[in-house]
Design a protein around this ligand. Sequence first.
Ligand code: HEC
Length: 238
Amino acid sequence: MKKLITTLILLLPSIGFASGGVALQHVNNDLTDNDSLKAGAQLFVDYCSGCHSADYVRFQRIGKDIGISDEELLKDFMFSADKVGETMSIAMDKADSKKWFGVTPPDLSVISRSRGTDWLYTYMMSFYLDPSRPFGVNNLIFPDVGMPHVMWDRQGWQEAVYEEHDGHKVITSLKLIGSKDKAEQYKKDVTDLVNFLDYIGEPAKLQRLALGWKVILFLFIFLIFAILLKKEYWKDIH
Ligand code: HEC
């Protein structure tokens, strides 16, 4: 028992610092905002689906949920599939991608549930220049990541700002180099993208949340009737 407690205590810091000690940035995404979800879907097909699949998601379902017509889906969202009933899989061969990136880019269908939305937002904000890496970039929250900074044209490049701590160089922050006028738009882009990843992680979440309220309301009304009924029954007994 003592051993178990010691192990748990030793494990605690590693759970708390699961993100490598980097503070997560909070994303304020809104699953009911269809414009944001649509923008996120567009960014996903333009920037991510070349390497990452979302095998559990069908284009048609997205279209129906977010409000994109079949024609629009075919024209703007589907490059590797030709029927709206297909899933968002990719044509890239797994062995090839392993050769190119060292790892196969994982399927992103449920990534928002395994990593959390704040982690995803922080990840997309945390690429910085590092000439020692194969693609010239590293990531603050995912050290030595095998993924290039694919949205560099929207964000620009970031440089790490170092500080000396007990003889070690530690990164204290990231600094955008060059023009900063895209910064606000990039934050919105990443919010939309994370919103979309949150949605595909559980497409039924909205319905579930809406249903939850209805159930609570029903139970509340039922409670009033139950109280009135109880009063009525006990009236004769008192
Ligand atoms: C050029 C190929 C490529 C593109 C394009 C790409 N990725 Fe990646 N991505 C990778 C690879 C390779 C990894 C695995 C990194 C590793 O494990 O070192 C990865 C990993 C990730 C992870 C971490 C998964 C984990 O292990 O938890 C996330 C999240 C992610 N990508 C999101 C995105 C998003 C969002 C986009 C679009 C904006 C995108 N990726 C575009 C190649 C790519």
